[in-house]
Ligand binder design. Sequence first.
Ligand code: ADP
Ligand code: MG
Length: 612
Amino acid sequence: MGSIRQLSQQVINQIAAGEVIERPASALKELIENSLDAGAQSVNIWCDEGGLARILIEDDGSGITKDELPIAILRHATSKLKDDGNTADLTNINTLGFRGEALPSIGAVARMKIQSRHYLSSEAWEINIEGGQVSPIKPCAWAGLNSGTRIEVRDLFFATPARLKFMKSVRSENIAIIDVVKRLALSRPEIGFSLYLDGKISFRTKNHDETEPAARIRDIIGADLADDCLVIDVEREGVRLYGLASLPTASRSDSRFQFLFVNNRPVKDPMLKGVARAAYQDVLAKDRHPILALFLELEPKLVDVNVHPAKTEVRFRDPALIRGLIIGALRHAIGEVSVRASTSLASQTIGALGKSLQQTDAPKFYQGNYNYTPAPKPVQTGFYEGMPREFTPQQAPAPMARAFEEPQTEEVQPQSSPQNFPLGAAKAQLHNTYVVAQTDEGIVIVDQHAAHERLVLERMKAAMNETGIPRQLSLIPDVVEMDAVDCDNLLAKADELAQFGLVIEGFGDGAILVRETPAILGKINAKELLKDLADEIAGFDNAMRLKERIDEILSRMACHGSVRAGRQLGPVEMNALLREMEVTPRSGQCNHGRPTFVKLSLNDIEKLFGRK
Ligand code: ADP
Ligand code: MG
């Protein structure tokens, strides 16, 4: 009875602090956001012992006036939200902060010293707050002529030992700190940042003139991504999406390098990982993730930023529009780069070649006067029976047909070569696996198996979108014996499989009769194909329609129609392969996201030989 009491302001602040300040990185995030909101051009940060011992942040923003210093540390005191005593416009927020909670929360659980010089004043003032106890303000020394604010936070969570127990190692707190600073630094290329951990520089960024992200991405994620990436810039229904995304060949094994900014606010949206997966689905293996730095700009009204105390999540008025916009833009960009060389990949190749050259006992120099011995004439095998019929010139797309108008001789003649095509003129096949082609600016090496697998997949997808996959009748139907469960699973989907070009029937217990197979695949091993499909389908929910997993099914099938490594190709076939790659979307990666070709420029080759 009579046991309900109002909590003291101190305890209220500690409880509230628990939501906003979860770990050192979240305190630092709030402090940096304040600096950015204050118009700082440079933000310098020092953290000791994972930020638990000390966080120090200095900015050159507007500063805080003497009179306002004691107000800034009060709960729900902010200069950023106009409150007419009745309502505030929470739908139109243009600053990172607006809740007036960060400074009082940090002050409630740590020892905080704020020093600031307002831009209209020549004096600097200081206020201290320790575990919620505020000391009177006093004047302080201020180095430098500019306005700004310097905040030092010591012994975070000393006042809430329970929370202190939850802290992880210094190492993992440091990782979280670096992540927070990088995200904010990425969002504002024009602002210079530096971060010191235990006295050592962790990273530093320059002030960039432009507000576009490429320059900053180079500082933070690496030049590899900034120089060799998909550039996104689209707009739909007043929403602009811009930024950079990695080529499928430069993926990572986790999704840590996926950054999303909404009106320049770094947000963690669980949607992003799924959206990225959907967009890169058929160019990346399941366990690979693209690198993304995507910026959304939309009217503040269309996004609610007040859904999370730490303001790291947002809610979109129309989430489907945003999802669709991102997936569509990424897919479009991926489709466009089908025949683009990955230059960083080429430089890795050069690096590797350079190393291996140094390791060989090659003679120090070669004397000129080469005797040119022509390579053995490629054996004209004609069209291999497993070679899909679409490889014949008659059905070739336009540029490919043009390639065939050249006089056909047994050997590829340099003069008549389609060398000015992006993938050049095929010159040789090495190890029965790699096609080497000459272009105007260098050479191209194609992995014929990987490339062909991709082409078959793309053809199947196109056919599926149009009339369905054409089938070919097996003259003598194959009977494939299989495990009874696999048989049942496959037969249950027989109607659907027919649309994929595969006609099967039950054949007593534990066997399946294969009547027709996808014509695109050419001659295949039906047993292997059925086994693979059974494996794929085993992972599906029973009620799931195969069409929902069209990419998985088709890529399983495409593997079976590929020119396996080890088959000899004639010049006509090699050139046809190159021409088809040029006109096929996404042909730069195999179905597993590996590159299908690399380009080496003459420049690179000259470097390799020390000519440059
Ligand atoms: P919010 O950012 O939500 O307004 P905070 O508790 O983070 O709340 O900060 C309270 C107020 O203190 C801010 O509204 C701002 O006026 C002032 N302030 C905090 N940090 C700085 C800073 N680095 N430079 C200038 N003013 C600041
Ligand atoms: Mg704030």
